[in-house]
Ligand binder design. Sequence first.
Ligand SMILES: [Zn+2]
Length: 505
Amino acid sequence: MLATIRSATLLGARGRPVTVEVHVGQGLPGFSVVGLPDEVCREARDRVRAALLSSGVAWPTRRVTVNLAPSGMRKGGAGLDLPIAVGLLVAMEVVPAQAVEGLGFVGELGLDGSVRRVTGIVPLGAAIGGGVAVVAPECCREVAMVTSGEVRGAPTLVALIECLRGEQPWPEAPPLAAEAEPTITADLSDVRGQVVARRALAAAAAGGHHLLMIGPPGSGKTMLAQRLPGLLPPLEPEVALETTMIHSAAGVRLPPGGLVHAAPFRAPHHTASAVAMVGGGTTAMRPGEVSCANGGVLFLDELAEFAAPVLDGLREPLEEGVVRVTRARATVEFPARFLLVAAMNPCPCGKGVKPGACECGPTRGQRYLRRVSGPLLDRFDLRLVVDRPAVDELLGGEPGESTATTLVRVRQARALAAARGMRRNADIPAHRLDELAPLSSGAAAILRRELELNRLTGRGLHRVRRVARTLADIDDAGPIIDEGLISMALSLRVEPAAWTQVVAA
Ligand SMILES: [Zn+2]
């Protein structure tokens, strides 16, 4: 007897439809799974067998063959346990074949017969498509976001058999959790002083400029970075869905409403491996941190401590907004558009921002700086030195502008960029800078001098002009970039050469 069940498997952050064929026939008793199952998928036999026995269903003493089609695609994970079990139930005539028509199944089975959540349930649910998707009850809400059909929750195999036989009605879907508004816990007003750094944060959020903060330990670099997601508007619907799929596939806990719509903040530790950072892995191709940060912020604290291959892996996503991971049988593409924020000490002792204070000596200091490659440093439109706030600022000073107030200005700047046909000022092509960021004669003179003194490269020049455009938009300062704006943009871009001299001094 043959049964055919619809299901799906995960490939990267996308679900792919899979047809599970179960054949129970003559021959020596045995169980085989064909159609490129991975290790976890092959182990389905033991879980399905135990789950059936726990549910009071006898294991067939015949030859069982499970085929996962299409056969050319690798199938991974435990999500095929449930469709294999249902296929067996149909093939053994425990459940009538017409009961599973139009239904798709995804779920892992516990040895006690319980139906469990699997990683990537959102893309898997999307791959099942129309009809009725049957999943673990706690996954119903997430699958309902992405499917046009119905979603039903099956807590156990026993309950599922009763529903499929028509002996019991399908259980009610669990009540929808109230859609909690994303709460911003870290507010900018908590940061004392740091006027320049706050401005840089607003510019990063408004113009999509990558930001590097150089400063000694305790200067508040992490505190500043954590306040950046609060300055980013909610994700656009398409990005929100894309990011939700990625988080689901990566096993990141989804917010109560199911959909990720606040800008994510990911802060991998400097010991993170290249696979953890960009994605991949030998068995399942999981999205990495760069993709989990899609639409939000990737914060790399202690930038110089990350392994060189890990930092090299950032090149592709920074240039193209995607990561491609190739394994023997497939290439998977993960979206990875994020705002890169990094922090580092100026030198190993951390005191190098103040001339003469460094204890490392020029060799050690420069060797430390060289750990971050020139091309990566060049990616940061905003590079600023952050020092510890002064005692007066910590004790007395007025609280700074709040996140809500700054967000208004960030939105205004983004609207101005959109009106010029640009999503972010960081993307303004060089040949359109004269048109979109025209310079006053004074501003042009300042830039000319910087170029003549070799303090600015051609590429650096474009980046300074883009940042100046964003600074003008934040203040709604009109189309012309004047001296004040250019000077400020220059001060927000400490050249590595200058900063190395500071260390060596
Ligand atoms: Zn030092």
